[in-house]
Design a protein around this ligand. Structure first.
Ligand code: PEP
Length: 248
């Protein structure tokens, strides 16, 4: 079986104590997993305490990272800061960063490229809004997001990259893409990546209202290597169930 991944994006939720408690539960549950790598991305303030609490049992990452090392960049965090705190990965280009905070394809690509250059595992999120899906523009949107990154990358960067396909209309809405939509879209991403770079596509996760009652179907879809999970990752029982499904 190919390797699977399950990542929790806690967004702007949970206090430090709550993050540590939940991460410890995830860490305990993940001990029996054989084929699934599990990680959590707490709010930045809680990342260090969470990492200290779980050690190497669970990957801990940030929800974003900046490409400069230090300086007058209020509100941002740098890769050296993450490394000093023993952080395992970062997310970049989450749709909330793109759509609420106005991050462009170019800015997301620069954040991602720097993280990869520095050897940090990076979950690069891409996805289309509902109007793009309905007007048949999904592939154009995804290609634009991907090309901004591939134009900056060298081959040495690919090893630490994970792509997360997250249709914006499915995030936190309870609306899940159909298995057909997921299959077609992951196939497009993989082909486009190969066409652009000449190399096989990194693992692709699906994200968007993943729950225990839909994950068994989703994880069976070709070219789905796991999930990036928001809402269901805030509940120990639901996320633990996703871990179990991932191993089936
Ligand atoms: C996410 O935040 O990346 C996400 C997929 O959220 P949810 O699972 O709540 O849709």
């Amino acid at each position: 079986m190919t390797k699977r991944y399950l990542f929790a994006n806690w967004k702007m939720n949970l206090t430090e104590d709550e993050s540590v408690d939940l991460a410890k539960k995830f860490s305990e549950a993940s001990k029996s997993l054989k084929n699934t790598t599990v990680g959590v991305a707490p709010a930045t303030l809680n990342v260090s305490a969470t990492k200290k609490a779980v050690g190497s049992n669970l990957l801990v990452g940030t929800q974003n990272v900046y490409y400069e090392e230090k300086g007058a960049f209020t509100g941002e965090i740098s890769i050296p800061m993450l490394k000093a705190a023993g952080i395992d990965f970062t997310i970049t280009g989450h749709s909330e960063r793109r759509n609420i905070f106005g991050e462009s394809n170019e800015l997301v690509a620069k954040r991602t490229q720097k993280a990869l250059d520095e050897g940090l595992t990076t979950i690069f999120c891409i996805g289309e809004k509902l109007d793009a899906r309905e007007s048949g523009k999904t592939n154009d949107i995804l290609a634009g997001q991907i090309d901004a990154l591939t134009s900056l990358l060298q081959k040495k960067n690919y090893d630490n990259l994970i792509i997360a396909y997250e249709p914006v209309w499915a995030i936190g809405t309870g609306k899940v893409a159909t298995t057909k939509e997921i299959e077609e879209t992951h196939a497009f991403i993989a082909k486009h990546w190969k066409d652009q770079t000449g190399y096989d596509c990194p693992p692709i996760l699906y994200g968007g209202s993943v729950k225990p009652d839909n994950y068994a179907e989703i994880i069976k879809v070709p070219l789905v290597s796991g999930a990036l999970v928001g809402g269901a990752a805030l509940k120990a029982d639901q996320f633990t169930k996703l871990m179990e499904i991932s191993e089936e």
